[in-house]
Design a protein around this ligand. Structure first.
Ligand code: B12
Length: 221
């Protein structure tokens, strides 16, 4: 197969949730020295976008979304070490979780991989993370940045609930809060009082580094 044929097949097989074939194609692509980033951005992510579009049109239902998500997650496990292993020094601690009520974790996991690749130590609290859990994990791990992921318009309000919980626990000024996820916008992030927002994993890395830099070397008054 040519690289273009592999990308096309990865897209198609992810779309129909054929996990074993997606894994095979991923290994085949890496064997041909194709870039892991290309597999992600030229096949796997566009395929999940199409899954979402079909779900919205009523052509796909939850089971189709689920198997497509699983197929992508399988490929990501193979790609993870290649994307994250850059041997760079630790530049900061990032605590990450998907908010309460929300089980979407593929976007969050991708952000984690990129952050690790950029030198962040990432502590992943998983999905359905309640405000109390964010609070206790901040107390335990003392991260520089807390990331909250939400993929549903109905769970986005948890950002505000989490931030309120941090305020109540007296922790709000100790951490930088970043929010993200498919339906989240910069306006929404501003409205809930987050310090940062980013639309994708590479923008998250850049924004996280900028925010950390600002925090560590504040502009003199
Ligand atoms: C796969 C999937 C599922 C899987 C999730 C599997 C998993 N382990 O994650 C399953 C089947 C479980 C699922 C369930 C549901 N889903 Co769903 N799902 C999707 C789908 C198709 C893909 C999501 C995804 O992983 N995308 C791939 C990643 C890479 O997305 P990404 O946005 O590019 O990620 C980047 C950014 O968001 C950002 N980012 C992410 N997190 C963070 C965090 C921080 C801090 C920062 C800075 C940045 C950041 O960086 C990421 C990487 O570049 C989307 C469609 C879509 N277009 O999003 C629907 C979608 C999100 N789901 C939707 C719905 C409605 C549901 C259900 C309610 C369906 C139902 N009736 O049960 C349930 C809810 C379950 C729950 N309580 O959470 C809707 C949400 C609509 C809305 N606006 O609220 C969508 C948009 C589909 C649609 N078009 O209607 N879903």
């Amino acid at each position: 197969m040519t690289p273009d044929e592999i990308l096309r097949a990865l897209y198609d097989e992810t779309l129909v949730g054929n996990g074993p074939r997606v894994l095979e194609l991923t290994h085949e692509a890496l064997g041909m020295e194709m870039e892991p980033q290309s597999l992600l951005f030229d096949a796997l992510i566009p395929s999940l976008e199409e899954v979402g579009a079909r779900f919205e049109r009523g052509d796909f239902f939850v089971p189709e979304m689920l198997i497509a998500g699983k197929a992508m997650a399988g490929a990501m496990e193979v790609l993870r070490p290649l994307l994250a292993d850059t041997g760079v020094e630790t530049i900061g601690k990032f605590l990450m979780g998907t908010v309460k009520g929300d089980v979407h974790d593929i976007g969050k996991n991708l952000v984690n991989i990129m952050l690790e690749g950029a030198g962040f130590e990432v502590i992943d609290l998983g999905v359905q993370v309640a405000p109390e859990k964010f609070v206790s994990a901040i107390e335990e791990h003392q991260p520089d940045i807390v990331g909250m992921s939400a993929f549903l318009t109905t769970t986005m309000p948890m950002f505000k609930a989490n931030i309120n919980a941090l305020e109540k626990a007296g922790l709000r000024n100790d951490v930088i809060v970043m929010v993200g996820g498919a339906p989240v916008t910069q306006e929404y992030a501003d409205a809930v009082g987050a310090d940062g927002y980013a639309a994708d994993a590479s923008a998250t890395v850049k924004r996280a580094k900028d925010l950390l830099h600002q925090r560590r070397s504040p502009v003199p008054a």
